[in-house]
Design a protein around this ligand. Structure first.
Ligand code: AMP
Length: 284
């Protein structure tokens, strides 16, 4: 596996692959790989000829009081993990290569970015769409694989790709969980032993919501949200950023639960660790 650190070298290599008729896949990440990331790499490996994994902790998507400086980082650890998945290139540009001093552009997707995580993290999605647009231009993929864990991010990226005519197929990949049910996340490393039960309330409340929908045909989104909030707030360490049931494409609140409805949660544990999770309420 090759490690590339400059946009120029990355783009030149991707160009030669495309000229050779190879299908190029991209998995964008911020590193500190876990099974969730590795599952995206395996998916890309399965459906493309050349797999690029980008590793860039993007300062533009962090707010001033967020965890940019503490975000877990170990290039050598991640290099070994990506290599073991037969990734072709680990693309790890540094911030000055991505955002030179004269940088002046941002990509904004309207509407979809204003609520949920966008409401709690102003500017976050502009950082995401700007860096992903740059990564697309630097790596020239035919296919890019994203996790459904970051559910709103996936909807926003799909919208950007449609609106800006990127000739790229976006694949969403299911959430990988710990045996306990906790959705895997690089931020789980911040959790202390005595915060685990509180963290587990996200996946437990999702399981409860799915059970309610299965058992009661007429339950309303408001009743489900009420019960979900109740389960989470049993833990004094939890503060809810949002609990919503939204349509999976428009991200608008649902008035009824359908196969398109997704329960989305964001919870802060001890004011330090912001966890997100989501699930459809009917079907898989
Ligand atoms: P991150 O490094 O957290 O920015 O995530 C990089 C990619 O991995 C994103 O597309 C995430 O949605 C995806 N991802 C993160 N955690 C998981 C998970 N537990 N299961 C599946 N995909 C994930």
């Amino acid at each position: 596996m090759k490690v590339i650190t400059t946009p120029q070298e990355m783009q030149a290599l991707a160009q030669t692959w495309r000229v050779d008729g190879l299908i190029v896949g991209l998995v964008p990440t911020m590193g500190w790989f876990h099974e969730g990331h590795l599952s995206l790499m395996r998916k890309a490996r399965e459906i493309t000829d050349k797999v690029i994994v980008s590793l860039f902790v993007n300062p533009m998507q962090f707010g001033p009081t967020e965890d940019l400086d503490n975000y877990p980082h170990d290039l050598e650890r991640d290099r070994k993990l990506a290599d073991a998945e037969s990734v072709d290139v680990l693309y790890a540009p540094d911030a000055s290569a991505m955002y030179p001093v004269e940088f002046k552009t941002s990509v904004h997707v309207h509407g979809l970015t204003s609520g949920l995580c966008g409401g709690d993290r102003p500017g976050h999605f502009d950082g995401v769409t700007t860096v992903v647009a740059k990564l697309f231009n630097q790596t020239l993929p035919h296919i890019a694989v994203f996790g459904e864990k970051d559910f709103q991010q996936l909807a926003v990226i799909r919208q950007m790709v449609r609106d800006l005519d990127f000739p790229i197929e976006i694949i969403g990949h299911p959430i990988v969980r710990e045996e306990s049910g906790l959705a895997m996340s690089s931020r789980n490393t911040y959790l202390k032993e005595n915060e685990m039960e509180a963290a587990l309330s996200l996946s437990k409340s999702i399981a409860h919501a799915r059970m309610l929908v299965e058992k009661k045909e007429t339950i309303s989104p408001d009743q489900i949200k009420e019960e979900v909030r109740g389960i989470i707030l049993q833990h004094s360490q939890c503060a809810i950023d949002y609990v919503e049931i939204v349509d999976q494409t428009s991200l608008q609140s649902c008035e009824q639960v359908t196969g398109e409805s997704v329960l989305v949660l964001a919870v802060k544990i001890n004011q330090r660790i912001r966890l997100i999770d989501n699930s459809t309420l009917i079907g898989n």
